[in-house]
Design a protein around this ligand. Structure first.
Ligand SMILES: [Zn+2]
Length: 455
């Protein structure tokens, strides 16, 4: 038996389909690459386009330019609302209208700034990330029309791909426009084009700069090599001391957890290997589910290492070596705490008593969904209905920095992370695309969820 509400909403989305896909095509054609200048005219036009599209679906929307912390003009943000009943719950819909740059259009099979439909996918820069998010919100609002029983606030950001420099000052200046019970961030994606997902967690991150010093000045490697190890070797020994035999981080005080809400399906190691382009002989490091290793356990990567280049090197023992660790932290651990635990470990594991100095870089908090909340159950049920199968939830190894910030500023609001992407979407890469089937189901799922929240 099909649910009559599902049928009705499905019918309305079907009759609105041309508008939804036209919106996406027009959005792609705007080429709203924030890397070309957040305050550029192309970004203003992109924001104006999105505001007009929101007005078409009943939102009082406008473009507001943000201000950076130093007082300079910032991004063109789109804000809007539709208040149907002050007593009803309020939902904030988030997406971003800026897109990733296209460094080399010749590696695309189609023009990146022309929406091209092929095999049930629409290709183009920003088709998925995050034009898809805008299309989902717009389609869901249109489908509900005057049946809408929750208050809606909308925030479509103009600088997400640039790390949202003016996001926090903007929210602080517009607090009441963000105040909500639920924030739906449509900037992630599904397990596949046929299987929906909520994103359950994001890891935090923390940087540390480490200097290993052994000599007051460089000396001849023939004369002193042997009892004195060069600082590069000592740095390598220090790095290796963070790991056990399985290649797993073993640093006291670094927390690691299991996937939030339990592991519903593990990642396929062959898929992960091929997505990353791992050499055939390499064995994946760590133990436990691959999902936990990528989503909820910590990782440390050396993202910078100052050493003499091979070209032009000569017989000298390096006196000191500096490197930078990018630490990804478990979703619920405070990054400051993880940073300190790792720094303490490094300082106390100086190989052969070399001098080890650690300085602290930036921290970003992770985030974890509350898997048992009513909103999560409503969202899962809406996805189940729309896609006709159970959602398979997933975590993210990276971070979306503004989500923990929203959580900090609006502790009362729940956050749901959904989105238009799937493993074929190639967001940030050439030949970005969105599944049209997945988009239609995402629109229906969001409309059903908003409907449920108003019931
Ligand atoms: Zn995005």
């Amino acid at each position: 038996m099909t649910d009559p509400r599902l049928e009705e909403i499905g019918r309305r989305v079907g009759s609105d389909w041309t508008r939804i896909t036209d919106l996406l095509r027009d959005k792609i054609a705007l080429g709203s690459v924030s890397a070309k200048g957040i305050t550029g005219d192309h970004m203003r036009r992109s924001a104006e386009f999105v505001a007009e599209e929101l007005i078409r679906v009943g939102i009082e929307a406008e473009v507001v330019q943000s201000t950076n912390r130093d007082g300079t003009p910032g991004a063109y943000e789109v804000v809007g609302s539709r208040i149907v009943d002050p007593e009803a719950p309020t939902v904030l819909l988030y997406a971003h209208h800026d897109v990733q740059p296209v460094p080399d259009p010749t590696v695309w099979d189609t023009d990146p700034f022309v929406g091209v439909e092929r095999d049930d996918r629409l290709y183009g820069r920003g088709s998925a990330d995050d034009g898809g998010g805008i299309a989902i919100h717009s389609g869901a609002l249109h489908a509900l029309g005057d049946d809408l029983k929750v208050n809606i606030r909308v925030f479509i950001e103009g600088e997400e791909e640039m790390g949202s420099p003016s996001f926090i000052p903007f929210i602080e200046a517009h607090r009441e426009e963000f105040d909500s019970d639920l924030i739906i961030v449509a900037d992630s994606g599904n397990w596949s084009d046929r299987i929906p997902s909520l994103t359950t967690s994001l890891r935090g991150n923390s940087d540390l700069d480490v200097t290993v010093k052994v000599l007051e000045h460089p000396v001849h490697s023939g004369q002193f090599g042997g009892p004195i190890l060069d600082s590069n070797t000592l740095a390598a020994m220090l790095i290796a001391s963070m790991y056990n035999d399985q290649g797993e981080l073993e640093v006291p005080g670094l927390e690691g957890g299991q996937p939030i809400g339990g592991l519903q399906r593990d990642l396929d190691p062959d898929q992960v290997r091929s997505d990353a382009g791992v050499v055939a002989s390499y064995r994946l490091a760590g133990t436990g589910s691959l999902a936990s290793r990528l989503w909820t356990k910590p990782s440390a990567s050396i993202i910078g290492f100052d050493a003499h280049p091979v070209e032009g090197s000569f017989n000298v023992l390096a006196d000191s070596t500096r490197f930078r660790i990018s630490l990804r932290t478990a979703p619920t651990q405070r990054p400051e705490e993880a940073q300190k635990a790792l720094a303490d470990f490094l300082r106390s594991h100086a190989p052969l008593g070399a001098q080890v100095e650690v300085s602290y870089g930036e921290n970003g908090m992770g985030w974890a969904m509350d898997p048992d909340s009513r909103v999560v159950r409503d969202a899962e049920e809406s996805m189940r209905q729309a896609f006709g199968c159970d959602p398979v939830n997933k975590g993210e190894g990276g971070s979306i920095p503004f989500i923990p910030e929203l959580k900090r500023l609006f502790p009362r609001a729940q956050v749901l992370v959904t989105g238009p992407e799937d493993p074929q979407a190639n967001a940030h890469s050439p030949n970005e695309s969105i599944s049209l089937y997945g988009l239609e189901r995402n629109v229906i799922a969001e409309a059903l969820l908003l409907d449920r929240l108003g019931a």
